[in-house]
Ligand binder design. Structure first.
Ligand code: HEC
Ligand code: HEC
Length: 288
């Protein structure tokens, strides 16, 4: 009997403990590590140097947990709210990190817990080596791959079904995703390679999940994007406006609709007034 009670008591204590644990839901660094690798690792290293975004070694010591949770959830919201650190990071990287829409608050907490386990890692002292220049043959191949003139080995869609690049030799291109003419300047070889290897953007990830790019295809595409960027710099004064139109295309379309509405109202009136004036005047003329 006493023995039974003892076992019972232990079980109750165990249950209470489990419940307490579940309630306080300690962040799970292991889950965080997995989720970090899935999305964040395309743009960030921890101690391996700057990729598309900053090296995150020691980030939990230079920022508060609260800041990290809010920032990772929506960098754009932080920038819009005028958070000084977020604005400074945006100015430095010239790119807004996408909102972590794939993860809920608990999952973001897990990721921050994982980052904290790496707080002792030193950021890479030396920046990654300068990119090797692609050969003209690689650049030409990259251009063909980009446009779909050469099929990707694993059957993925051509880049220009979603992206546009401003280059005299490339005709047209999709506007679903960002224009990539100057992406090389912002991301460099390691950044673009990381994105091609594991796209952190849901639409692009879905397109290549079953059809990964091969290493030599990625290298050729990076070479092409580097070349397009370089050529574009030379042409900058001439097509600056054009580039702006493309890069703002997504925002521009609804804006243009709005403008045309405003225009119509503004224009119709004066035109009618003019006609009206003329007719009235004409009438006057006839009458006189
Ligand atoms: C497409 C690339 C990209 C992806 C994906 C990405 N980031 Fe970022 N991240 C950036 C850039 C660029 C910055 C610099 C700040 C800015 O401009 O938004 C940044 C900044 C940060 C910072 C602030 C660093 C500092 O020094 O304060 C943290 C923390 C961070 N990212 C964590 C994450 C986490 C966690 C994920 C995954 C959920 C992630 N990032 C996914 C590009 C990315
Ligand atoms: C199914 C559509 C789709 C295809 C195909 C596609 N992408 Fe993307 N890509 C996207 C989306 C969406 C983004 C997220 C940024 C945005 O909203 O434009 C993106 C982002 C990028 C970025 C980061 C741009 C930035 O400034 O943040 C690079 C680099 C890139 N893609 C390269 C490529 C290359 C090279 C190919 C061909 C191998 C390719 N993409 C094919 C949809 C696509």
């Amino acid at each position: 009997m006493t023995k039974h009670n003892l076992v019972h008591g232990r079980l109750l204590a165990l249950a209470a403990l489990t419940m307490a644990c579940a309630l306080s839901a300690p962040a799970n660094a292991a889950t965080g590590e997995e989720n970090f690798a899935k999305i964040c690792g395309a743009c960030h290293s921890i101690g391996g140097g700057k990729l598309v975004g900053p090296d995150l070694a020691g980030v939990t010591t230079r920022r508060t947990e609260d800041w990290l949770l809010k920032f990772i959830k929506s960098p754009k919201a932080m920038i819009d709210a005028g958070d000084a650190t977020a604005v400074a990071l945006f100015k430095e990287f010239n790119l807004v990190m996408p909102d972590a829409t794939q993860y809920n608050d608990a999952e973001i907490k897990d990721i921050v817990a994982y980052l904290a386990t790496k707080s002792g890692v030193a950021a890479a002292a030396t920046p990654p080596p300068p990119p090797k220049e692609a050969s003209p043959a690689e650049i030409a191949r990259g251009q063909n791959l980009f446009q779909g003139l050469e099929r990707l080995k694993n059957g993925g869609p051509a880049c220009n079904s979603c992206h546009h690049v401003k280059n005299d030799a490339v005709i047209g291109g999709g506007v679903l995703a960002k224009e990539l003419t100057t992406v090389f300047s912002t991301m460099g070889t390691p950044g673009i390679n990381a994105i091609l290897g594991k796209p952190p953007f849901p639409v692009m990830a879905a397109a290549y999940a079953e059809h990964p790019l091969t290493d030599d295809e990625s290298a050729a595409l990076v070479g092409f994007l580097q070349d397009a960027d370089k050529k574009h710099e030379l042409q900058q004064p001439r097509d600056y406006g054009f580039r702006l139109v493309w890069s703002g295309a997504a925002a521009l379309v609804p804006l243009m609709g709005l403008y045309s509405l405003i225009w119509r109202k503004r224009k119709v009136r004066p035109v009618n007034d003019k006609v009206f004036d003329r007719q009235v005047k004409g009438g006057d003329d006839v009458a006189q």
